[in-house]
Design a binder for this molecule. Structure first.
Ligand SMILES: Nc1ncnc2c1ncn2[C@@H]1O[C@H](COP(=O)(O)OP(=O)(O)OP(=O)(O)O)[C@@H](O)[C@H]1O
Length: 205
């Protein structure tokens, strides 16, 4: 179970607004984070990952306190072991596809399975500059999965994929999340993009 009750001020162009979340998420559930541009979806993922700090509240994951403003507890991002798929992929320009995964895990069977899942097995020696946008996005997803994170945070992870690739990948990820018992938050702009995949919706207005 993940319990999140936080407040963070957002410095928007037209003044300040408040990001407020007060929710519980079942372990293994998949939640769609939905809302208009600029409402704070990416900021919310970064707060959960420990990359940004809220002003108030707490984050408790499986009875472990990751953040508590009053008690001044703030577990560093490295210790939270979340998987993060960034909107802009954040790949390493000098690493091959395979090296991205080896950086995160030394489990060779798992690496092979991920490469097949993302249809990148034939491109494992390529660096990001030789990959298409969709291939780069798939690599970002595979890298986030490589550590078998208990909490996976995905920011618009399917935006560069064509319909067929997206549908196939979503079906395979669904089975994988179940197998790993991963709790997943996925940001999406589109109302029906994740239909059938997500159990819950966290909607920002
Ligand atoms: N570290 C920060 N501290 C405070 N405010 C921030 C910080 N980073 C970004 N913001 C502001 O928070 C607001 C929300 O940005 P954010 O990227 O979280 O929105 P979003 O809902 O993910 O948007 P989009 O759908 O366009 O990606 C923006 O106005 C931005 O300027």
């Amino acid at each position: 179970m993940i319990t999140i009750a936080i407040e963070k001020k957002l410095n928007a162009y037209h003044g300040q607004q408040l990001l407020q979340v007060n929710r519980q998420f079942e372990s293994g559930s998949i939640t769609k984070i939905y809302g208009p541009s600029g409402v704070g979806k990416t900021t919310f993922l970064k707060v959960v990952a420990g990359l940004l700090m809220p002003e108030k509240g707490s984050i408790v994951v499986d009875s472990v306190t990751w953040f508590n403003a009053d008690a001044k507890i703030n577990l560093p991002a490295q210790k939270r072991n979340t998987g993060f798929v960034f909107q802009q992929y954040a790949l390493f320009p000098n690493m091959t596809v395979r090296q991205h995964l080896e950086y995160a895990t030394d489990d060779e069977l798992w690496i092979k399975r991920l490469l097949l899942l993302g249809k990148l097995d034939a491109l494992e020696q390529c660096k990001p500059e030789y990959l298409s946008g969709g291939q780069q996005q798939r690599l970002a997803i595979l890298r986030a999965l490589a550590t078998k994170p208990k909490l996976l945070l995905m920011d618009e992870p399917f935006s560069a994929l064509d319909y067929k690739m997206k549908t196939e990948l979503i079906a395979e990820l669904q089975a994988l999340f179940k197998e790993l018992d991963t709790t997943t938050f996925i940001v999406s702009h589109y109302p029906h993009e994740l239909d059938g995949l997500t159990d819950e919706v966290l909607s920002f207005e």
